[in-house]
Write a protein that binds this ligand. Structure first.
Ligand code: CTP
Length: 423
């Protein structure tokens, strides 16, 4: 594929050499576009030697080839690593003051930016606003890694490792993985998967809601891993305060009813739906349009209002029912369980798998010291066609996500049929 590798002026430019090597080794045709500042860190001969192609450095060289338009138009992927605070600002505001920003303006292919800068610059409201704007326009901006920066300081701002950037690019563009030497085709390539994440909020009045403690971390890890494994990912996120994973299409929602609408709409052509969101089973029966006040009337100090609740739809059950009508996405449910005197975690999970009728149930152990928002968890993966559960963990959310997608891939293979669902 034709890839433009933009390099902005940061010390992490040296890591872009490894990324470039990885891309060319896999057979891609890479044109490096370093900014003037980048060339102070790594010189033109290095880029030329590693890419095996002339390096495009400014709009005034080889003007007859109109490089400021041609490069962007012909690219199938534009990747910028490192993307400095200055580059993000120029890209967000549509400046075209050098060859790289011209290329970003003329490109109509996927664009992936891998930022690297000092923590203060990354967390500055100006940079946050620029990143938000770029993401709103569909540009994929990776989160920088945390760790040792150029000096003695540490924090978020490190360029992600070249392998990670390459994996994000492959997730974004399954074709990137088809190049000779690129290794096996990712196992979710050509699949559309829907992931729900976070926890719904059910409004009571303009300032209050009924909610839950779900952080959305597991759902986001699922979306990120699926994208990396080649899937087109729709991520329906209920009140999640995390950066959107590269390669996933984000649909933010607040309530269970909104989540149901988005999940069902996305599920129409999905191969798999993973319901990792904590969906409220009940919502206040009536929304009070004005804030509910404490009564000041004499003698009423002890009085408190009673909130009547209404049942929310069970989204997972609806998906399972809809499968009977022809569509057959693999449906995955999550269950946070504790043991009690009627049974242990697994007994409850088995009963829920049967009750819910889904193809895979991911049972999460919750209890003392195993709370929401933790980075590591233990899960049991239960399938109706298997007598024994598969237990994973304690493991990072990404490892749990890999195990869930392994199961989905195996279920899709058992099912056979065309890629793209609908049989
Ligand atoms: N779920 C859903 N819609 C709801 C509630 C839950 O789709 N209104 C989904 C969740 O996303 C999760 C699964 O159902 O994937 C399990 O939810 P859970 O609340 O554990 O199931 P319940 O049947 O409500 O079980 P319990 O009686 O233990 O609360």
């Amino acid at each position: 594929m034709r890839v433009v590798l933009g390099v902005a002026g940061g010390i992490a430019a040296y890591k872009a050499c490894l990324l470039l090597r990885r891309l060319t080794e896999d057979g891609h045709e890479v044109t490096v576009v370093p900014t003037e500042a980048a060339l102070r860190f790594v010189g033109e001969p290095t880029w030329a030697a590693l890419s095996g192609r002339p390096v495009a450095t400014d709009v005034w060289s080889r003007v007859h080839e109109v490089p400021h338009v041609r490069l962007g138009q012909q690219a199938e992927l534009v990747l910028v690593a490192p993307a400095t605070a200055d580059l993000l600002a120029r890209a967000a505001h549509g400046l075209a003051d050098d060859l790289l920003t011209n290329t970003l303006l003329t490109a109509r292919c996927p664009v992936l930016l891998a930022p690297a800068m000092h923590t203060e610059m990354w967390t500055h409201p100006a940079t946050s606003a620029n990143v938000r704007l770029l993401r709103e326009r569909g540009v994929h901006v990776l989160e920088p890694a945390s760790g040792r920066l150029t000096g003695v300081d540490t924090g978020p701002g490190r360029l992600p490792e070249p392998e990670e950037i390459y994996a994000a690019a492959r997730g974004l563009l399954p074709r990137l993985a088809e190049a000779p030497g690129a290794g096996p085709q990712p196992d979710l390539a050509g699949r559309h998967v829907v992931v729900s994440a976070g926890g719904t909020r059910e409004p009571l009045d303009p300032v209050r809601f009924l909610g839950n403690r779900s952080s959305g971390k597991q759902g986001y890890a699922l979306a990120e891993v699926a994208a990396r494994r080649g899937a087109r990912v729709t991520l329906v996120a209920a009140n999640v305060d995390l950066p959107a994973p590269a390669g996933a299409e984000l649909r933010p929602v607040e309530t269970a009813l909104e989540l149901q609408r988005e999940v069902e709409a996305a599920a129409t052509d999905a191969d798999a739906v993973v319901m990792a969101a904590a969906v409220a089973d009940f919502r206040p029966r009536e929304y009070q349009p004005a804030k509910i006040k404490k009564s000041h009337a004499a003698g009423e100090e002890e009085q408190a209002p009673t909130v009547a609740l209404a049942r929310n739809p069970d989204v997972l059950a609806g998906l399972v029912r809809a499968r009977g009508e022809g569509r057959r996405p693999v449906v995955v449910g999550f269950a946070a369980e504790t043991g009690d005197d009627t049974g242990d975690v697994l007994a409850h999970a088995r009963a829920k798998l049967e009750r819910k009728g889904c193809d895979l149930l991911v049972a999460n152990e919750v209890g003392p010291g195993v709370t929401f928002g933790q980075d590591r968890s233990t899960v049991h993966l239960l399938r109706p066609d298997r007598s024994e559960p598969r237990t994973v963990g304690p493991a990072a959310k990404a490892a749990v996500a890999e195990a869930v997608w392994d199961e989905v891939v195996s279920l899709l293979a058992l099912r056979g049929g065309p890629v793209g669902g609908g049989q």
